[in-house]
Design a protein around this ligand. Structure first.
Ligand code: GMT
Length: 392
């Protein structure tokens, strides 16, 4: 198949999923065309069957806000036509699915290029729920030829909040189990923390929903009992305030802010425990990546996390903001070697048995085929609306 993929190319989870998906699809013989304003991170140039088409957004004095969605729609239709794409797959509803809808309409006189929207979380729970974006988010879902959600939680929430009739397919986040691997020897010799100290890790875009301050407070509690060091990976609005909190709590020597990292599969195996104290998480890709490396997560019981982590079996789920309980779980993991081994092995096993890309990517391929068949037949479900557009 020839697939056009659009995502936010920066460090959000949706961009990572889209990029990894493109790489996996290319590996399986498909031609993948990324269409975005920047080369997605984790996408090294020169990979066979991967193409990148930049969207240029010109600015004019009249434009207070350059219309990226329109430039994107133009580029999508050009690329779809030039490379004879079978479909467009957009990650994150706003504005990508609206651009794809426009591109589909621009091409309609010649042929129908269907588009699939993958919902990732904040496009529904934050952006979509915002009054100014609600109607267009609902419309974009309704107009999509196919819609997927990364967890049952997100599917339910989308149906409840937007009252759409789409047949939303749940296809979870995934991880490449051959790239994300445990490495106990390196974990013991990690140069990222002073000798003998355990390593905690947090990975995110440092948005308020991630509650990064909780990570620092958890570290402070843990350190009362176990020497430990915290790696904070990523960047975002709460990064500078988090650094201030570290200074206030006199933890400067015990926290390393690592900024954005392109190869987290090299860092994760060095950690003992992953912290994910989020207010909400539609899936929790960072926790899955950690689990694949045998790094158990101490996370919160929110959103789609219970679909990934089974409490006390392959990780821990605690109430949001309950620093003491989360810290107590970390301390137990770090001090009870038997427990640690059991949970770490189970975490890897969960990743392998349910979330490896080798299992999940074929589900996307099958869904692509389904959507293409529907398009050929002129539509299958209430979400497929080819009726108003001319067939070739
Ligand atoms: O929260 C983020 O990391 C950003 C956000 C995004 O869309 O880029 O992540 C969402 O998508 C990830 C990949 O599908 C999920 O694993 C995250 O759980 C989800 N974040 C939230 O729901 C807060």
């Amino acid at each position: 198949m020839k697939v056009g993929i659009t995502c936010y190319p920066t460090y959000g989870g949706s961009g990572i999923v889209a990029t990894e998906m493109g790489l996996e699809l290319a590996n399986r013989g498909h031609a993948v065309h990324f269409i975005s304003y920047a080369n997605p991170i984790r996408l090294d140039p020169g990979i066979p069957r991967i193409h990148y088409h930049e969207v240029e957004v010109s600015t004019y004095p009249l434009f207070q806000h350059p219309p990226y969605s329109l430039a994107l729609a133009s580029r999508m239709s050009e690329v779809a036509e030039t490379y004879d794409l079978d479909l467009l797959h957009v990650h994150y509803a706003i504005p990508h699915s609206i651009s794809a809808l426009l591109a589909r309409q621009m091409l309609a006189a010649r042929r129908r290029v269907p588009f699939i929207t993958t919902l990732h979380g904040t496009d529904i729970t934050l952006v979509g729920a915002d009054r100014s974006y609600f109607p267009i988010t609902k419309f974009s879902i309704e107009q999509s030829d196919g819609v997927t959600a990364i967890s049952e939680y997100l599917k339910t929430r989308t149906l409840e909040e937007f009252h759409v009739e789409n047949d939303i397919r749940v296809i979870t986040n995934f991880v490449n189990c051959e790239m994300y691997l445990p490495d106990p020897a390196r974990r013991r010799q990690s140069h990222l923390a002073p000798e003998g100290e355990k390593v905690l890790i947090h990975l995110s875009n440092f948005r308020p929903v991630k509650r990064v301050f909780d990570c620092i407070r958890i570290l402070a509690e843990v350190r009362r009992q176990v020497p430990a060091h915290l790696l904070m990976v990523g960047d975002g609005p709460d990064c500078a305030p988090a650094q201030r909190l570290v200074r206030e709590l006199a933890l400067d020597q015990h926290v390393t802010f690592m900024g954005k990292q392109g190869h987290v599969e090299r860092l994760l195996p060095l950690a003992h425990v992953l912290l994910l104290p989020s207010e909400l998480e539609s899936f929790g890709l960072a926790a899955l990546e950690g689990m694949a490396c045998g790094v158990p997560a101490v996370a919160t019981r929110v959103g789609g996390l219970p679909e990934l982590i089974t409490h006390e079996q392959d990780g821990f789920l605690e109430p949001v903001g309950d620093i003491d309980t989360q810290a107590a779980r970390v301390v137990r993991l770090l001090t009870d070697a038997g427990l640690y081994q059991r949970i770490s092995a189970a975490a890897r096993q969960t990743a392998q048995a349910r979330f490896c890309s080798s299992l999940v990517i074929p589900r996307y391929e099958a869904y692509y085929r389904e959507v293409l068949e529907c398009t050929d037949r002129g539509g299958c479900s209430p979400s497929s609306r080819p009726k108003t557009e001319p067939r070739p």
